[in-house]
Design a binder for this molecule. Structure first.
Ligand code: P53
Length: 478
């Protein structure tokens, strides 16, 4: 095949809690994202017990998309976006999460937002839970360790899928659902599953239980969605960070395979509706007690996905050997993370690896035989406004160009079925990992700094015109 599909979905991606602000507007409840403080490059973000005085919570204002979305969507349309990926803030629709009746004002907000996109023929691509869950479900129920959340999520999914059935075709259930398996870090398990560890928890066991519950909830939502509108395309969303063996030593290779198994657990269930053999064996040998029944296994089979949504930013590298200098403990299965001598890193230490994207698209195609949708990719970097008011982000253009080139090879030479590409943070938004504003990804600059100062004014960067031409030529001119 020559070039990308005619109907290739070029666009951009964001998440509600990183862009909207308006955290308590029109009846919205507190979400897990609303109790995470701002960190910095070196100071980690903190999860507080509810919203406390004297803390800075970046989701509360973010970039005020809640009030400014019309202006921003006009800029997306000017770039020629075919689609726009965002998420619905669950707590706008169900402020506590366990109500029967939804909050009409929250539903109306997304009606207006989707109408504004459709006015420009921009397809909304919607994630149901992008790192946010009503906080009440964490406090009162313990998050996804509690099976009651399966039905709360299914009810939420049914409500929004019915409401927007004629406006939204492309859906994803849980954003980067596999992050929680990666080191069982407090921030990730809280984001993914509204989990807070208790004294004495076996972290791996608790995360497997919550993850399985979430996968059952996801499958239920997929089955419900297909029932509501059989044209719906419903995908999963996997953070794909390929794990390379440091050397050709077979022990290094096995270490990398085992690290990937923990991630494939999620995708395998989404795609095949079965718990993979490697995971069942691990549960047995580790003596984990994971609770599930026949009906739930049946639900997994009935709710398999239509396409694979993935984020791709970087690769990582592991070794099984002690003899490799400079390895760091990755805390998963004694994984020893090493630097890859062939790759440069971003200013935030993320290895830049465009060829790894081609590899990723190949691996996922071989394993799943489903269409792929790259719903996040990009470079977080500091941007500078020049004296003449321009922002020359050539480093960002360079990063995106190299990744699109690899996507093209994957399509043209490797036969990958690629549906679309939505670079992350198409307008500058709050960084997830640090809570900073100045880790910027956008084609559009937002005047706000890490301390929250700024006019929130929007400015086009050089990458704006560049990406406009990429879309206009369907990726032929990079
Ligand atoms: P920030 C890990 C690896 C790859 C992507 O991240 C990840 C993570 C989570 O730490 O997250 C995704 O803003 C996520 C977005 C996030 C984006 O990557 O830390 O889906 O919400 O903003 C970029 O630079």
């Amino acid at each position: 095949m020559k070039g990308f599909r005619k109907d290739f979905l070029w666009g951009g991606a964001v998440a509600a809690n990183q862009i909207e602000g308006g955290w308590n507007k029109a009846g919205k409840g507190i979400s897990t994202a609303d109790v995470i403080t701002k960190g910095t490059h070196s100071v980690p973000r903190e999860i507080t017990q509810g919203i406390l005085e004297g803390y800075d919570y970046p989701s509360h204002e973010a970039i005020d998309f809640y009030h400014r979305y019309k202006e921003d969507i006009a800029l997306f349309a000017e770039m020629g976006f075919k689609c726009f990926r965002t998420s619905i803030a669950w707590s706008r629709i169900f402020p506590l999460g366990d109500e029967k009746e939804p909050n009409e004002a929250g539903l109306q907000f997304y009606d207006d937002l989707f109408d504004e996109l459709l006015k420009y023929n921009i397809e909304p691509v919607v994630t149901l839970s992008h790192f946010e869950i009503p906080y009440h479900l964490c406090k009162e129920y313990g998050g996804f360790r509690n099976k009651k959340l399966i039905d709360f999520f299914a009810h939420y999914a049914k409500t929004v899928m019915e409401r927007y059935k004629d406006k939204v075709t492309y859906w994803m259930t849980f954003n980067e659902i596999n992050n929680q398996a990666d080191g069982y870090r407090d921030l990730h398990v809280f984001n993914n599953s509204a989990l807070v560890f208790n004294e004495g928890d076996n972290k791996a066991e608790v995360v497997y239980q919550a993850s399985l519950n979430e996968l059952i909830a996801s499958a239920k939502a997929v089955a419900i969605g297909h029932e509501i509108n059989r044209n719906f395309q419903i995908g999963c969303m996997m953070a794909y960070v390929p794990v390379y063996p440091y050397s050709s030593n077979p022990e290094d290779l096995i270490a990398s395979v085992k690290a990937m198994d923990r991630r494939f657990f999620y995708n395998d269930i989404h795609v095949h509706g079965e718990i993979p053999a490697a995971t069942l064996r691990l549960w047995e040998t580790e003596g984990y007690h994971i609770d599930y029944n026949k009906e739930e296994l049946q639900l997994l089979r009935e709710g398999t996905i239509d396409y694979i949504g993935l984020s791709y930013y970087m690769s990582s590298t592991v070794t099984a050997l002690d003899s490799i200098p400079g390895w760091q403990d990755g805390s998963v299965d004694q994984l020893k993370l090493t630097d890859n001598p062939y790759l440069e890193k971003s200013e935030w230490g993320w290895p830049v690896d465009p060829v790894g994207l081609r590899y990723t698209l190949n691996i996922l195609t071989e394993r799943y035989h489903l269409p792929l949708f790259i719903v996040e990719n990009g470079l977080g970097a500091y941007d500078k406004i020049e004296a003449d008011g321009t922002i020359q982000d050539d480093y960002r253009i360079d990063y995106l160009k190299k990744h699109i080139q690899q996507m093209k090879i994957a399509v043209e030479e490797d036969g990958v079925d690629l549906m679309g590409y939505t670079p992350w943070g198409c307008i500058d938004i709050v960084s997830f990992s640090t809570g900073e504003m100045e880790k910027r990804y956008g084609f559009i600059y937002v005047d706000k700094d890490n301390e929250g100062n700024g006019t929130l004014e929007r400015l086009k960067k050089s990458s704006f015109d560049w990406y406009q031409n990429v879309i206009a030529t369907n990726g032929e001119e990079l």
